[in-house]
Design a protein around this ligand. Structure first.
Ligand SMILES: [Zn+2]
Length: 300
């Protein structure tokens, strides 16, 4: 097995797996020092490349809300299988009308409003003060833009994503606050995933699709071409965005293999390696991590 690219699929990814839209070999969940990952699939593209796929919320349905996804196990497992680049696919709601429903967005910045997730691999180790600009890998963002252009998909190459805890929806006042602070898209999954990927020195970028508009309390109804945008049209566009994903991933694998790497993601923890706090072999970084079994037996 050889795949240096992986995709972590978001909402409706399980539909692709369940319905067979994504043809793949099931490798299953992987054991990691941080618990078991979601089941991982090995996919082969029409261009000959292989990539790994993991459905963040479950295999057959929306089994796990974003607060309860084991982001650390998922990323550790992908890295352990030889992955170097991770594409995250996320559903979003637009906080403004600069984006159209069904449009893809290659986000460039991130506001983390989550508060009950494991945000680092390095608990109680004093490590992980890692620079967060650029937030997303510039090489992968460029490859995504090339891919979406070649697939003739409508997309925007920038967007500020606000990650909220959920699972409840935003209040109108919260949506207005996020928009006033520069937020453009609202979702629940990119944090801490983006930050954890950096701690593992992975290239990480996200392709979002706009499924709806956030509820700001406004009476404004979006319209296009002089017509009110009907709910049925909105839902169909979001479905189409999901259905096109397997084809986009296949082409992306081909584009990534042809795109020279211009980023520094693979050396994001170099300062700690140079200082001797971390060894060259990344797997040794977590050898003292208590396993879930140890944690369980330590409880009274
Ligand atoms: Zn990178």
């Amino acid at each position: 097995m050889s795949a240096s690219l992986a995709c972590i699929g978001g909402t409706a990814a399980y539909d692709l797996l369940r319905d067979g839209a994504l043809v793949a070999d099931r490798l299953g969940p992987q054991h990691t020092p941080f618990g078991d990952s979601q089941p991982i699939y090995l996919c082969k593209s029409r261009f000959g490349q292989q990539f790994l796929f993991l459905s963040r919320h479950g295999e057959t349905g929306y089994d796990l809300a974003p607060s309860f996804v084991n982001y650390r196990a998922n990323l550790y497992a992908l890295k352990d299988l030889g992955v170097r680049s991770v594409i995250s696919w996320s559903e979003t709601k637009a906080l403004c009308h600069n984006y159209k429903v069904g449009e893809y967005v290659i986000v460039h910045d991130l506001v983390d409003e989550t508060h009950q997730r494991a945000h680092t691999f390095f608990e109680n180790q004093g490590l992980g003060a890692v620079r967060q600009w650029p937030v997303f890998c510039p090489s992968l963002r460029r490859a995504l833009a090339t891919t979406l252009g070649e697939e003739r998909c409508a997309f925007s190459d920038h967007g500020v994503y606000v990650c909220v805890e959920g699972p409840r929806r935003e209040t109108p006042a919260e949506a207005r606050k996020y928009a006033m602070c520069g937020g453009e898209l609202l979702g629940m999954t990119l944090a801490p995933e983006a930050f954890l990927a950096r701690e593992l020195q992975l290239c990480y970028s996200s392709i979002c699709y706009v499924a709806h508009y956030a509820e700001t309390g406004s009476d404004y109804t979006p319209f296009e071409g002089g017509r009110v945008l009907e709910e049925a049209i909105t839902a169909q566009r979001a479905r189409t965005a999901v259905e096109r994903l397997p084809r986009i991933l296949e082409r992306l694998g081909h584009v990534v293999s042809d795109t020279p790497s211009l980023c520094h993601c693979e050396t994001s923890m170099q300062q700690y390696i140079d200082s001797g706090q971390l060894a060259w072999d990344w797997r040794t970084w977590f050898e003292d991590q208590p396993s879930e079994r140890d944690i369980g037996t330590a409880l009274p």
